[in-house]
Design a protein around this ligand. Structure first.
Ligand code: DGT
Ligand code: CA
Ligand code: CA
Length: 575
């Protein structure tokens, strides 16, 4: 579908014309661009069916623009656009995104300083070449520099955990709108991918104009990229973009399927449709001209001979074949966790008391919660030594007996997150480890070791009979730090042999193990635990992100030890 490409070209023509001070033509091109962006039908189809005359019937498309669309469909280029690109060889995608830099200023910057892209712009700012230009000044230069930083940041992807609360807020607002019959967040958000490029909403509404007005005037919007009759796109102060599309009810399921993605999943699915002599698009599943499914996502999968596939699995990693053979995993549910085994209390410098953590856990419907304070090696984290751990355990006993009356089913478990020292030994003596209900061990120092050394280090810890769980096994921090050099296959084998549980750390920037490694672990029969690593009770909600990754890694109840009742869990840990 060429609609979007054409829209981008028309936005650029509009921009070039504005650079030259044209007053009216830019508006016409921008209008056409917005229409094309929101157009449901494929502009190429329209042209094939009705030629140039049909194009002219598209709102906002006149004779001259229709000719240019025709030219693009025939040659893949528009001469008018190409000539402007030659005249102004600028990276418009970059420069148009800078707040406070309009077409006129961009022209001055190009003509006076030969600035063509973001990098050159930044260099000029840092060399203070912008301020002396007529009509710019110190303040403008500073603002541009800030905008560059912002653009650089927002160019990347965003952590799911940072974005999801805001998405839910917008979702709730849209849902409460009386013009909205149904709303869904789709794309990578619905698949709960660890990072998000942009947020996509789909809506059913009899009054799309109202929905567009509402959406584009939400608080916190810093830029409206486009506002059409059925599609709009905005940027939020936080730096990420949100799209919305209003769809007819009859093809909502098809759109839900298409815009949930992933692209790879969709391509594989479309292939199956073709093999069956069908055509699948965001408008529906078609047999010839007849739509045979479209209103619900389930019927689309069903008509293709597949079981419905949970969004988290839609990455073309074998889910389609499994759905064809009715062998999809019964992945864990968001409500299936019975307890969090990795909470830091005030004892090691966390924000909350054990009692507060326990109360929060009960509020979340858990049957148990594990306190896993840091141990002595980690001095900056106020790690506890053997004596302190003993004292802390006394407090846990005391609180447990207090709660027993209120909630006999609930239990606080005694644990620690001990350190795996560079040689693979643990920084707390065995006697003390034995007294804990569970022991987590993790690498918190000397991250840069050779692959062999690091692998051996972790393996030695797993072979310690008191170590039950390895926390954040690969050590990666999303967008900050790579995994340690480790031989994960070897670690998984030893985990299986020793019955060591590997953690799925839910912290938004950790998500460690990640989805792919979770699937690997599951296939090898390694057990995992979904923990939050919360240092504050508010962070106990992070569990959702860990569960999401576990689902993306095909994990079932049998794979995740904290989906099990307390008794089963404790019996397993003692092994
Ligand atoms: P993101 O935004 O980078 O985190 O990832 P997505 O998956 O949300 O991607 P996005 O926003 O570009 O598009 C949303 C969905 O629309 C995507 O998951 C699948 C569908 N889609 C977008 N472009 C294409 C395409 O060229 N081909 C196919 N088959 N599907 C596409
Ligand atoms: Ca997206
Ligand atoms: Ca998108």
């Amino acid at each position: 579908m060429k609609n979007q490409e054409l829209a981008q070209i028309f936005y650029q023509i509009s921009f070039f014309l504005q650079m030259e001070g044209d007053k009216f033509r830019p508006i016409a091109y921008e209008k056409a661009a917005i229409t094309l962006e929101g157009l449901e039908e494929d502009v190429e189809e329209i042209y094939k069916k009705g030629g140039k005359e049909a194009l002219e019937k598209i709102p906002g498309v006149g004779k001259s623009i229709a000719e240019k669309i025709e030219e693009y469909l025939k040659t893949g280029k528009i001469k008018y656009h190409e000539e402007y690109k030659k005249k102004y060889p600028l990276n418009l995608e970059e420069l148009m995104g800078i707040e406070g830099l309009g077409p006129k200023r961009i022209r001055v910057l190009y003509e006076k300083l030969k600035i063509k892209n973001l990098k050159e712009l930044e260099k000029a700012c840092l060399a203070h070449k912008i301020a002396p230009l007529f009509g710019f000044g110190e303040k403008t230069e500073k603002n541009i520099l800030e905008a560059i930083e912002f653009a650089k940041r927002s160019k990347g992807r965003f952590l799911l955990g940072d974005i999801l609360p805001k998405v839910k807020e917008v979702y709730e607002k849209l849902k409460s709108l009386k013009e909205v019959e149904r709303v869904d967040a789709v794309g990578s958000i619905r698949r709960m991918k660890e990072t998000i490029g942009d947020v996509d909403f789909l809506v059913i509404s009899k009054n799309p104009a109202k929905v567009m007005d509402f959406f584009t005037s939400l608080p916190g919007i810093v830029k409206i990229w486009g506002k059409g009759t059925t599609k709009s796109s905005v940027r939020l102060r936080e730096g990420f973009d949100m799209d919305i599309r209003v769809l007819p009810k009859r093809s909502y399921g098809a759109a839900l399927q298409y815009f949930t993605g992933s692209k790879e999943h969709n391509i594989a699915l479309r292939k199956i449709a073709i093999e069956k002599g069908l055509k699948l698009s965001e408008y529906g599943l078609f047999k010839g001209p007849k739509m045979i499914a479209g209103e619900s996502e389930e019927e689309i999968y069903q008509k293709l001979g597949l079981d419905w596939i949970a969004p988290e699995l839609r990455e073309d990693r074998g889910e389609i074949e499994a759905a064809l053979n009715h062998k999809l995993p019964k992945i864990i549910d968001y409500k299936e966790i019975k307890g969090d085994l990795h909470c830091h209390s005030k004892w090691d410098g966390g924000a909350n008391t054990i009692e507060e953590i326990a109360k929060q856990a009960m509020k979340m419907g858990y049957e148990y919660v594990g306190i896993a304070d840091h141990t002595k090696f980690l001095k900056i984290e106020h790690g506890l030594d053997e004596k302190k751990l003993k004292e802390r355990n006394k407090e846990i006993d005391r609180i447990n007996s207090k709660f027993k009356i209120q909630n006999p089913k609930f239990k606080i478990l005694k644990g620690c997150e001990a350190n795996i020292l560079p040689d693979g030994s643990i920084d707390i003596d065995d006697e003390c480890l034995k007294e804990q209900d569970f022991v987590i061990a993790g690498v918190h120092s000397r991250f840069k070791m050779s692959k062999e050394e690091m692998t051996e280090r972790i393996i030695r810890a797993m072979k310690n009979p008191h170590v039950d769980i390895i926390s954040h096994p690969t050590g990666r921090l999303i967008q900050k730090r790579d995994e340690y050099e480790i031989d994960l296959d070897k670690i998984l084998r030893v985990a299986k042999e020793t019955g060591t549980v590997l953690e799925i750390n839910s912290y938004p920037e950790r998500l460690d193990l990640n989805d792919i490694n979770i699937k690997k672990a599951k296939e090898m029969g390694v057990k995992m635990v979904i923990n939050t690593d919360a240092h504050h009770i508010d962070q106990m909600r992070f569990i959702e992100f860990g569960i999401a990754q576990a689902r993306r890694g095909w994990a079932e109840k049998k794979d995740i030890v904290n989906c099990w009742p307390l008794e089963t869990l404790l019996k397993y840990l003692k092994k």
